[in-house]
Design a protein around this ligand. Structure first.
Ligand SMILES: Cc1cc2nc3c(=O)[nH]c(=O)nc-3n(C[C@H](O)[C@H](O)[C@H](O)COP(=O)(O)OP(=O)(O)OC[C@H]3O[C@@H](n4cnc5c(N)ncnc54)[C@H](O)[C@@H]3O)c2cc1C
Length: 411
């Protein structure tokens, strides 16, 4: 049975099936073998909130196995050695991962290289020397990176950043701070954005450059891991740069045009989060269906009460709409269209819908829905976060309306 008139081409169906096998073999089995570590936050994180070295080793193993199997770099440009698949494959792959793995089998989230943490089109903009230093280890999944844009005083309005790279001989000296930088406590490299021309930056006409900084560089400090939702650790951290020396080969893209680098990942990031919402809400709905058919109250399965079934039907409508929006946005991007409005609409709608859908599934489970063993609250938290990350849903509405005002009134 298919609910989508314009399904995937056979090669993407095959990719999704292949991913299923990979996830069963390399992810689910690892979670089963290492449940003591992976399912217990008190063992999973150190006192400082970092992943335990054994957990980091498992993450690396999954990345490397996925690289071997061809999934990890499937959407990396061919010029870097990837398979160069497009946005539809990107969405299809991530949707499958989040549908099958949700938050219980979270090692699966490392099976495809996320543009900000692994190789992607961003690396087409690094120098020859940088490529020689890091490309092979990044493509093999041994090394990872992070993306340092946001600062304590500059979030939605990234142009307000204060980090500075001041000329020093043929290079620069970097100072400042970053916050919320995902994967930074574990990454080998960070793409750091800093003001290189204060005058142009003040006029909002560029003046910000991107640099590839090894996280082992003297003066690069991971100040602290940020904990969210009462978790014992996390992926995000506060970074501090204390007079870090930057060599000319570390410039990424053109000087003073750093935002062009961020643009290379923006659509991938938004489609990724939309795929996460569609995949996880589908996973949750399936759990709800299993539950409401067998759970009884007042002499009947609770599926018979509209108070239970209508919210789930409502979510199903929204999930279907989000799914179609994702497929459409991915196809527009693959056709080489900018799709700014469509990508913004998709990410805002899908992530909002996703968090609400999981919340409804929690409600349908009663108290059981709040338990860690169900994994529903973790899924809700992850979708709630992406209502802010990667362009908050308000900033996306701003983009949508700006496009309308600029004359893109086609929908
Ligand atoms: C889980 C997670 C991971 C992240 N990972 C990274 C990362 O790897 N690298 C990185 O650089 N950053 C990262 N971020 C930071 C993220 O990019 C910012 O959180 C985001 O840009 C919003 O900035 P802010 O949190 O400072 O909120 P603010 O900009 O302070 O906004 C506060 C509120 O005001 C609203 N708002 C702001 N301006 C407007 C406006 N003009 N109109 C209407 N509403 C407005 C916002 O939508 C929000 O609701 C991450 C964030 C999260 C939550």
């Amino acid at each position: 049975m298919s609910a989508i008139a314009m399904g995937y081409p056979p090669e993407i169906d095959a990719l999704r099936e292949g991913l299923d096998g990979f996830l069963r073999q390399e992810v689910v089995s690892r979670h089963e073998r290492h449940a003591d570590l992976l399912d217990n936050e008190r063992r999973l994180f150190t006192d400082e909130g970092r992943y335990h070295p054994d957990a980091l080793a498992l993450i690396r193993e999954v990345r490397m196995a996925a690289a071997q199997a061809g999934y990890y770099t499937m959407c990396v440009p061919t010029s870097l050695g990837g398979a160069g698949l497009g946005h539809l494959a990107w969405f299809a792959g991530w949707e499958r991962i989040f549908h099958r793995c949700s938050e219980h089998h979270w090692l699966g989230h490392y099976a495809i290289s996320h543009w900000a943490f692994g190789p992607s089109a961003v690396l087409t903009q690094v120098s020859e020397r940088a490529r020689a230093e890091m490309l092979e280890s990044m493509m093999a999944g041994r090394a990872s990176m992070c993306f340092g844009m946001s600062e304590p005083g500059a979030g939605s309005d990234a142009m307000m950043m204060k980090s500075r790279a001041v000329p020093d001989g043929d290079g620069w000296r970097l100072s400042g701070s970053k916050i919320w930088t995902t994967n930074s406590p574990y990454a080998d490299y960070c793409i750091v954005f800093a003001v290189t021309d204060p005058q142009r930056a003040a006029q909002r006409r560029g003046g910000i450059s991107a640099f590839l900084v090894p996280t082992r560089a003297p003066g690069f400090v991971v100040e602290r891991v940020i904990r969210m939702w009462g978790s014992a650790g996390g992926d995000e951290a506060v970074l501090h740069f204390d007079d870090v020396r930057i060599e000319p080969w570390q410039l990424v893209g053109e000087r003073d045009k750093g935002f062009a680098i961020a643009m290379l990942g923006v659509n991938l990031g938004r489609l990724y989060n939309s795929a996460r919402a569609v995949g996880q809400s589908r996973w949750a709905l399936e759990k709800a269906l299993d539950h409401v058919k067998v759970r009884e109250a007042f002499g009947h399965p609770i599926a018979e009460y509209q108070g239970v079934s209508f919210p789930l039907a409502e979510s199903t409508m929204q999930m279907h709409a989000a799914h179609l929006m994702c497929l459409n946005a991915a196809r527009l991007l693959d056709a080489g269209l900018p799709a700014r409005k469509e990508v913004a609409m998709t990410k805002a709608f899908a992530t909002q819908m996703g968090a609400q859908a999981i919340d409804r599934v929690i409600q349908a489970h009663g108290a059981m829905g709040m338990t860690t063993e169900m994994g529903l609250t973790e899924a809700w938290q992850s979708l709630r976060k992406v209502n802010i990350a990667d362009g908050s849903n308000e900033i996306l509405r701003r983009t949508i309306f700006k496009e309308l005002l600029d004359g893109d009134t086609d929908w």
